[in-house]
Design a protein around this ligand. Structure first.
Ligand SMILES: Cc1cc2nc3c(=O)[nH]c(=O)nc-3n(C[C@H](O)[C@H](O)[C@H](O)COP(=O)(O)OP(=O)(O)OC[C@H]3O[C@@H](n4cnc5c(N)ncnc54)[C@H](O)[C@@H]3O)c2cc1C
Length: 440
């Protein structure tokens, strides 16, 4: 089978691996020049090593992603730093750490021993987990995360300290509009699964080097090749007027809607077209900082306290030097999720406020961290359409289309996950399965 994949993000590349394994001759069309899509390597002259377009965190529950890495010959144990779940704020006021005990004891003990939560809040946290389990981890489809938290009697302090940063990290959507069902799914997989599922996996290389580079080497890549026309039919599919037996369209839904507008109308599949057009997006900003001297944080990933009125909009801080094993100089990444409106603000002021946030909160740490060294380089990446807004009641398209020769893939398809890497990978693998009958 001569197969095409459009889009070399994690979904498209996962599809390309599975199609190649099924015996297809695979060509990947990618508008950009680097494999990885929204999770890819970026070069910057003032930084010694490559950066990412945005700092990412994986979890032990990302089973398909970890298996796929091995399938293309990459070793997740060497490329990802695996840490038991530990949420520690840079100012030292909050600390939650899962001991190496079997599930669900590890989570119960982590919550009961959490520093910075009152006893009432610790019990409320356990109550929420029990309540979700009693709902079989499926709260009503129209509930928001805030609705769910209030329903289970979570206090404002607990929401602000624990649930808000977790919701933003997992769904990139504010609690007041985020889907409770998707949040519950993430909690179920990562906190209520096995102890290993709750582990945090932190990339030690750039994101393309994790596995997209290796996957890209196994197929024919056409970089800088934007697909502008698709003509699917039951017999085959024309892509930019070139004939293939089958294809996976693994681009964001807005682009998919544009490419499939006429074919879907002709096929009378306007429901799918409307679903593709219905997604909204939210931005994520990542500030990369190179420091003049080494500066090792107590944890490779730490929580930041938000105070948006002062521009302190970061939620998480990553010690990238620690992750890369670089002892010469400090390197940090500050992440601000759901950073609506950030692209319209003065860039330099955004950078300075985030640096101030880190320096100020580190200075409050009770272990007296050395003060933050001078910043020698700063690069702010703003991904305006980082993920789809994970709101209640979204209709997420399936991988199949009206044509047996075309499958859809992307984190936005009906994966049950919010817009995350594991969802993208699963979707790509599923799209390849949809086309499997043609391969035989
Ligand atoms: C800043 C940031 C931080 C994130 N943090 C996390 C995290 O910590 N953990 C996590 O699990 N997830 C995170 N995510 C989400 C994760 O990156 C995405 O879920 C995932 O990368 C989506 O992959 P995809 O293949 O579905 O889509 P994409 O990566 O968007 O891939 C689509 C590809 O199609 C290409 N393309 C588009 N149109 C065309 C065309 N016409 N012709 C050819 N090519 C085309 C694009 O260039 C792109 O490479 C984050 C995302 C961002 C942006």
């Amino acid at each position: 089978m001569k197969a095409a994949v459009i889009g070399a993000g994690w979904a498209g590349l996962a599809a390309s691996v599975a199609l190649r394994e099924a015996g297809a001759k695979v060509t990947v069309f990618e508008a950009g020049h680097t494999p990885g899509g929204r999770a890819r390597r970026v070069f910057h002259t003032e930084f010694d090593a490559p950066l990412d377009n945005g700092q990412h965190l994986l979890s032990g529950a990302y089973k398909h992603t970890l298996a796929l890495m091995r399938r293309v010959g990459r070793n997740p144990d060497a490329l990802l730093m695996r840490r038991p779940l530990r949420l520690a704020s840079l100012d030292g006021r909050f600390h939650l750490s899962a001991p190496r005990l079997p599930a669900p004891l590890h989570m119960a003990i982590a919550i009961l021993r959490a520093r910075g939560l009152s006893w009432v809040d610790r019990c409320a946290t356990l109550r929420l987990m029990r309540g979700l389990k009693a709902m079989s981890w499926t709260p009503p489809r129209d509930w928001t995360v805030l609705h769910l938290l209030h329903y289970h009697g979570q206090s404002e302090a607990l929401i602000r300290q624990l649930w808000e940063p977790l919701c933003l990290a997992a769904l990139n959507t504010p609690m007041a509009t985020a889907s409770a069902a998707l949040f519950a799914r993430v909690l179920r997989d990562s906190l209520a699964g096995s102890r290993e599922d709750s582990d945090m996996l932190l990339p030690c290389t750039d994101l393309s080097a994790l596995w997209p580079d290796a996957a890209a080497r196994q197929v024919t890549m056409r970089y800088g090749s934007t697909v502008r026309q698709i003509r699917p039919s039951p017999e085959g599919i024309d892509i930019n007027q070139e004939r293939f037996d089958a294809a996976v369209l693994a681009v964001p839904p807005t682009f998919a809607a544009r490419l499939l507008d006429a074919p879907l109308r002709e096929a009378g599949a306007t429901g799918l077209l409307e679903a593709l057009k219905a997604f909204d997006y939210l931005p994520i900003a990542t500030l990369n900082l190179r420091l003049a001297e080494p500066w090792r944080l107590p944890e490779p990933m730490m929580m930041l306290r938000e105070e948006s009125a002062r521009g302190h909009i970061g939620q998480w801080l990553f010690d990238r030097a620690q992750l890369a094993g670089d002892t010469k100089a400090g390197e940090l990444a500050v992440v601000a999720s759901a950073a609506t409106g950030i692209a319209d603000r003065n860039r330099q002021q955004v950078i300075e406020a985030l640096i101030d946030q880190v320096a100020e909160q580190a200075a409050r740490h009770p272990a007296r961290l050395p003060s933050m060294p001078e910043v020698s380089a700063a690069e702010l990446f703003i991904e305006k359409r980082a993920t789809f807004a994970a709101v209640p009641g979204l209709t997420r398209p399936l991988n199949s289309t009206p044509w047996p020769t075309l499958a859809l893939a992307g984190d936005w398809t009906d994966t049950g996950y919010p817009g995350v890497l594991e969802g993208a990978v699963r979707s790509g693998l599923q799209a390849a399965r949809v086309l499997a009958p043609l391969a035989g």
